[in-house]
Design a protein around this ligand. Structure first.
Ligand code: C2E
Ligand code: CA
Ligand code: CA
Length: 948
């Protein structure tokens, strides 16, 4: 009421002024009876200033003179227009221009609110043959202001058309977005998802521009201009994501991945700032949108030109969008002349672009050329096989000659450190990754084989990974195509760096550089040359059992020295009767052409020869070996003999190593473990709950009471029975599956320990130690996982220990171990003494327990003499550092007494107990502690009742 009165007062003052001023102002005359459907009054408006004090609002008064020369009353609808560049002010206005009030000094002039045209329009009727001064108060008017005067029918028609037009545009864009969204949901792929997101945002931006959200909460913050800009900026960000999904930027510029993602993030941030009405953010967003959409279109056109089919399909719609934004900007800047229609035309083209985009996405999915879309060659692959391929550190390599595009499956891309979307690249980009030295080989192979459709081949080369390294890859592929000339090359790509590095460099003399021994190729050539003489021969293969551990703790030089010593020893002992070969990294072969003993005896002699310690750097290093022996009379030829010996060697390894086995024909049935199948089986086993934890008691020697347990994984195989970790842990470490397996063991062990601690609240509390592989420590999620396991189970702090071998502790791991301690886990160094590290080297590592390797306890030569001295000094030093010592592998009463005498406080071994199932482990504790202690805990007693 007061406001109205106030406005009326202001209007009266304005009119008073007008009445005086109007007659002189000819320039401001507007012909209300004219035939133009719409007139822009902006130029005819004269500012009218009220005294400053009386002007409390951001609105301003303007005046003009309405002339009606006709014989009938003339009516016009007035409403505020949007001056050009209004959106591009440093601080955009919080609301759009609007008429607040209209008044006239001429009592014949009728002013009324034009409800039919929205609250902000006014109907002004001027009597016949009258010239009347009119005052208009406009809020947020630009300078120059814009005021439109429509004839009633024209405005009605315009609004009707505009309504239909906006609905059509919005409907089309919506339909396009819906199509893309539907495809995204059905396929789960990223390209349609980003397309749908971009289109949805384009739609919102269009709607915001028409003022649909003006009265809503959305524009309260940064005003309508900020909101529109924010939607446009986010639409571009999503569009950039889409373009990257279709044609990864890293395909063109390998290092651009990170800058690209940061750029997109930056754009999103700027858009958000525009929404919040931050100064200049709206302008900056529009600038990004114009330049960015142009750049995107250019990028897609370029990639399309280089053969990326997905880019080719997206390029037209991107170009349309780029033109739309450009036109939109020009019209916003007032450079396209008449402003009333330009935005709507822009809307129409935006709809066209949206439809084009949806069509491209739909077609891309249909032709299966969008990244992630299923490729026809994979249809026939069994899903299990695909999982297995993924799990076995190899991936699919697919080169399309037509498009000259390489597509790497997610797994293959991961081998190079690339994301899934980046696995698609022009062949040129792939070639650029291949090592300079290997590129000619690769190119030659492809060009030679291309003409031989159906040919399967295998090549090795190095390629640059994201980290800048050049791992070795093996590509086993087939040239595919209907005609003589292959249209694509499809195959498996695997990282073979580890194998390559352990391979001795090929030597033309077939001699191994380190040991001077002839190598594997020389052996195979010799076997071939033996002809009939082969039947009398015996071939023994030997492989050092824990060479990896030796290598890890002694380093390259130490490991090489051990190999050299081993070869010396073999030559000394057998040189007279046998030829000695270096068969591989840590494997040797002995060929007895006229054996003096039978195969079993030969095997036993070799095992004995390898069992002795090597003096290395003032320490004893044990490098026991497994031996496989095969007799020539059981083999068809040289290669078969070597294969038989390998089978026997495998058996020796399976039997625990450090022993010899002689080939028997029945071993032929034992196929070498197929790593791909094993991996898939293991995953399934974990899902089916076939992996169990066994617990081996760790006993306090003073009282022989159980102090804790070591958790050891077992695989309860439905047909093969209980499988020991040696048959799956090393493999899981190689493939990385250990990370998942490790998560399971950690959680299960924590859960079981928490239960025991509830049942047996003894002091000090029971502990459980869990074996952790190096790979797990490197897993970025490991610490979170550990924390969850500890917090979730509620075990007492420090009672869940991680067992880590000394070889797993490198500089990286040290930090991780400190954090592990902070989280509240204990830490034990496992298998201590196998390597060369001294305890003092480890003093900075926050471990609380040392586990002395079983080889120290059970070997006669380790027990007496030198070994015993080493053992004593380890224990003494550990105690000085305030660490506990656990002796592993205690098998007899004698062992137990000896380790106690030396000063170990804990022991673990078959003498006390083998690893036990969960139920047996509970019984074991219950027997040692009796139920009296646990009687405090009623639920504990009840729980045990069932188990005993
Ligand atoms: P480890 O950590 O050295 O574990 C001790 C191994 O010695 C166990 O073999 C145990 O059964 C065996 N053992 C215990 N007492 C005696 C004894 O008196 N004499 C002899 N000769 N052997 C004894 P197991 O269970 O076959 O485990 C073998 C290895 O597998 C473990 O060696 C550990 O390195 C690894 N492992 C087992 N479970 C896991 C697991 O959950 N995660 C990881 N990362 N590794 C595991
Ligand atoms: Ca262990
Ligand atoms: Ca151990």
């Amino acid at each position: 009421m007061i406001r109205l009165a106030f406005a009326a007062a202001l209007a009266a003052m304005a009119l008073a002024g007008l009445a005086a001023a109007a007659p002189q102002k000819d320039a401001h005359k507007i012909d209300f009876a004219g035939s133009e459907a719409v007139m822009e009054l902006g130029d005819a408006l004269g500012p009218y200033s009220l005294p400053k004090a009386a002007q409390p609002r951001s609105a301003e008064w303007y005046t003009f003179t309405a002339v009606n020369g006709s014989k009938r009353p003339a009516t016009r609808v007035l409403h505020a227009g949007q001056p050009a560049a209004e959106a591009l002010r440093i601080l955009p206005r919080p609301t759009r221009p609007a008429i607040v009030a209209v008044a006239s000094a001429d009592p014949g002039v009728i002013v009324e609110k034009a409800k039919a045209f929205g609250g902000r329009a006014y109907l002004v009727t001027v009597p016949p043959e009258t010239s009347a001064p009119i005052a208009v108060e406009i809020a947020n008017a630009g300078s120059p202001p814009s005021l439109l005067a429509w004839t009633e029918p024209a405005l009605a028609a315009h609004n009707r058309q505009l309504g239909i037009f906006i609905a059509a545009v919005a409907g089309l864009i919506f339909a396009a977005a819906a199509i893309a969204a539907g495809l995204a949901v059905m396929s789960g792929h990223r390209a349609p998802l980003w397309a749908a997101t971009a289109l949805g945002l384009v739609l919102l931006s269009r709607l915001a521009a028409t003022g649909m959200f003006d009265a809503s909460l959305a524009t309260r913050v940064g005003g309508p201009y900020g909101l529109t800009a924010a939607f446009a900026g986010l639409a571009l960000a999503a569009g950039a994501r889409l373009a990257n999904a279709a044609a990864p930027v890293t395909g063109l510029w390998p290092r651009a991945g990170r800058p690209f993602h940061l750029g997109v993030l930056g754009l999103a941030v700027i858009s958000a700032l525009a929404y919040l009405g931050a100064p200049a953010a709206t302008d900056l967003t529009y600038l990004c949108v114009v330049l960015g959409s142009g750049a995107l279109a250019a990028y897609l056109v370029h990639c399309g030109g280089r053969g990326v089919r997905a880019a080719r399909m997206l390029a037209p719609s991107a170009t349309v969008f780029a033109l739309v934004t450009l036109a939109g900007t020009l019209s916003t800047l007032g450079l396209l002349g008449e402003t009333t229609l330009a935005p709507d035309i822009g809307g129409g083209f935006a709809a066209a672009g949206a439809v084009l985009l949806a069509l491209a996405i739909a077609a891309g999915e249909g032709f299966a050329i969008l990244p992630g879309a299923r490729r026809h060659s994979h249809h026939d692959a069994h899903p299990m096989a695909l999982t297995a391929i993924g799990a076995s550190h190899q991936g699919i390599f697919d080169l399309e000659f037509g498009d000259d595009v390489v597509v790497l499956s997610r797994e293959a891309a991961a081998l190079l450190g690339l994301g899934e979307a980046e696995g698609r690249m022009p062949h040129g980009a792939w070639l650029a990754r291949i090592h300079d030295e290997d590129r000619p080989v690769y190119e030659e192979a492809l060009s030679n084989f291309r003409s031989q459709s159906g040919l399967a081949f295998r090549i090795e080369f190095r390629a640059r990974s994201q980290s800048g390294r050049y791992p070795w890859f093996e590509l086993r592929a087939t040239m595919m195509g209907d005609g003589a000339c292959a249209s694509r090359c499809l195959g498996l790509i695997a990282d073979i760096t580890a194998r390559k590095e352990s391979e001795p460099a090929a030597d033309s003399a077939q001699n191994d550089a380190l040991t001077g021994l002839p190598n594997r190729a020389a052996l195979l050539a010799r076997l071939k040359a033996m002809g009939a003489g082969l039947r009398a021969a015996v071939l023994a293969l030997l492989d050092i059992d824990r060479f990896k551990a030796i290598h890890a703790s002694l380093g390259d030089e130490g490991a090489d020295a051990v190999l050299a010593r081993a070869s010396e020893r073999l030559k000394d002992r057998f040189g007279a009767d046998a030829e000695v070969y270096r068969f591989g990294g840590d494997a040797f072969a002995l060929l007895f052409s006229q054996p003096k003993a039978n195969a079993a005896a030969i095997g036993a002699q070799i095992a004995e020869t390898c069992a002795g310690a090597y003096a290395q750097g003032g320490r004893s290093v044990f490098a026991p070996a497994s031996i496989g022996v095969a007799e020539g009379r059981q083999a068809e030829g040289g290669e078969a003999l070597a294969k038989n010996a390998e089978l026997a060697l495998m058996r020796a390894k399976r039997d625990g190593g450090g022993c010899a086995r002689v080939f028997e024909p029945s071993m032929n049935g034992e196929k070498p473990v197929d790593p791909v199948a094993l991996e898939a089986e293991l995953r399934a086993a974990l899902e089916r709950d076939e992996i169990e934890l066994y617990y081996q008691p760790i006993v306090r020697l003073a009282s022989e009471a159980v102090a804790g347990f070591e958790a050891l994984a077992r695989w309860r195989h439905p047909t093969r029975g209980l499988i020991a970790p040696k048959d799956f842990i090393a493999h899981s470490e190689e493939t990385g599956f250990i990370v998942e397996l490790g998560r399971f063991t950690l959680e299960r062990a924590a859960r079981d320990l928490a239960q025991w601690q509830r049942f047996f609240p003894v002091d000090p509390p029971l502990f459980v130690s869990v074996n952790i592989s190096r790979r797990q420590l490197r897993d970025p999620a490991f610490e979170r996982l550990l924390k969850q396991a500890l917090d979730g189970s509620g075990v007492l702090s420090g009672t869940l220990k991680l067992e880590v071998t000394e070889s797993a502790i490198d500089a990286d791991a040290q930090d991780a171990l400190h954090r592990v301690r902070e989280i509240g886990a204990g830490l034990a160094i496992d298998d201590f003494g196998v390597g060369q590290s001294s305890l003092s080297r480890l003093k900075d590592i926050p471990f609380d327990t040392v586990k002395i390797d079983q080889s120290f306890i059970s070997r006669p030569e380790a027990v007496s003499g030198e070994g015993a001295v080493v053992l004593r000094s380890i224990v003494a030093l550990a105690h000085e550092l305030k660490r506990d010592v656990v002796a592993e592998g205690v098998e007899t009463a004698d062992d137990a007494r000896r380790v106690r005498d030396i000063g170990c406080e804990f022991a673990q071994g078959f003498y006390f107990s083998p690893p036990l199932s969960l139920a047996d482990a509970l019984n074991y504790v219950a027997r040692r502690y009796g139920l009296k202690q646990s009687a405090k805990n009623a639920s504990g007693a009840a729980g045990l009742g069932g188990q005993t």
